[in-house]
Design a protein around this ligand. Structure first.
Ligand SMILES: Nc1nc2c(ncn2[C@@H]2O[C@H](COP(=O)(O)OP(=O)(O)OP(=O)(O)O)[C@@H](O)[C@H]2O)c(=O)[nH]1
Ligand SMILES: [Mg+2]
Length: 355
């Protein structure tokens, strides 16, 4: 799963990206602002840490997300805007969009459009995404209308044309495609276009240090998070111990970057299933609603092929019992589930199989 950071110039995308990338243990070269940056990041999860310790697992494999940092999108300059257009392809290839908008004050960093207005910046980005989708829809309509003149597949062409016209109308009324596509058939019909306004998005308000960590109302209908990219980046450079001290001084419970990565994970509708023994503790990212058989197949196709039962315990129950599996069993909280059981976030599983 890929998360892409977009935003106006100098909003702090790369600064935030560096802090995020550090969570993956990867050093990234961000020396060129006009380049794309990519990092695979470990999703922070206290449960994985606890399970590794409890089962003395030799290896830990957390869930991962890929983050992509794109150059700033300057909509105030038509040449820059046109130049940036090729980047939309990368955004289309991603699963989630994080819009980073500036709300920090700094005399040394030029303000986008010579003002500081994070909400307008986010709205402007959204409007640009709708416009980009609209162009795509309009092009498709022209093609379909031409196709309609030919005898083949008229019914299907007409059906798609009707759908595209409906999408076009919604976009003109400033509605995202997400709000229009209802049925599974329609979802399938639009999937290959990878429309921007069909993707989930999160807004990050990059604000001054003293305003970080405050709760925020949704912006333009999207989940919003406040943080200071600068603090995050500085903290990412520190050792674990220094970081804890620094967090304490700033009265912060956790790194905002961790909250952001977790928010992305949730927004992608992913849950974590765990497998754990002395060899390995692993978090498996699964789309919410995944059944046991599909989950087993993720681990190994043989396990799905010879599936017998899933032995399931909830992390919460194991944690509450201090890791004493016998106590969990005695309390009737150890379950055997079939192929259709829907895996829940935090389920610790062991699949029995026979091939
Ligand atoms: N004071 C302050 N400065 C910041 C913050 N975040 C970023 N900056 C500064 O703003 C400038 C731009 O930061 P970048 O992270 O490069 O911004 P960007 O969005 O990647 O910029 P482009 O990729 O060129 O669009 C740098 O000088 C940063 O040090 C912040 O939270 N507070
Ligand atoms: Mg940048």
């Amino acid at each position: 799963m890929q998360v892409t950071l977009i935003g106006p110039p100098y909003s702090g995308k790369t600064t935030l990206f560096q802090a995020i990338a550090e969570a993956g243990g990867s050093k990234v070269d961000v020396s060129r602002a006009d380049q794309r940056h990519l990092a695979v990041v470990k999703v922070p999860d206290e449960r994985v840490r606890w399970l590794t310790e409890r089962y003395k697992s030799a290896k830990t494999v957390p869930a991962e997300l890929t983050f992509l940092d794109l150059p700033g999108l300057d909509l105030s300059d038509q040449t820059a805007r046109a130049h940036w257009r090729s980047n939309w392809t990368a955004v289309r290839d991603s699963d989630l969009i994080v819009m980073v908008v500036r709300s920090f004050t700094s005399p040394s960093v030029p303000a986008y459009r010579s003002r500081l207005d994070a909400i307008s910046d986010a709205e402007e980005l959204l409007a640009e995404m709708l416009l980009t989708d609209m162009e795509q829809v309009a092009n498709r309509i022209v093609r379909l209308e031409a196709q309609l003149k030919k005898p083949a597949d008229r019914q299907e062409t007409q059906r798609e044309l009707d759908l595209m016209k409906r999408l076009g109308e919604a976009l003109e009324n400033e509605k995202p495609i997400r709000d229009v596509v209802k049925s599974q058939a329609e979802e399938k019909a639009v999937k290959s276009f990878a429309f921007l306004s069909l993707k989930p998005h999160v807004v990050v308000l990059n604000c001054d240090e003293n305003e970080a960590d405050l709760p925020t109302d949704p912006i333009a209908g999207a989940t919003a998070l406040r943080l200071s990219a600068k603090i995050e980046e500085e903290m990412a450079q520190l050792s674990e111990a220094d970081r804890a001290e620094f967090l304490g001084e700033l009265n912060l419970a956790a790194l905002a970057r961790d909250r952001l990565i977790q928010a992305c994970y949730r927004k992608l509708n992913l849950i974590s299933m765990f497998t754990v023994d002395y060899r390995e503790c692993r978090a498996w990212p699964l789309p919410a609603g995944t059944d046991s058989l599909t989950a087993a197949d993720q681990i190994h196709s043989d396990i799905a092929r010879g599936f017998i039962r899933g032995e399931i315990m909830a992390y919460e129950d194991v944690f509450a019992a201090g890791g004493d599996e016998k106590a969990v069993k005695a309390a009737g909280k150890f379950r055997l589930e079939g192929k259709q059981y829907v895996i829940k976030d935090g389920d610790i599983v062991h699949f029995r199989f026979n091939i």
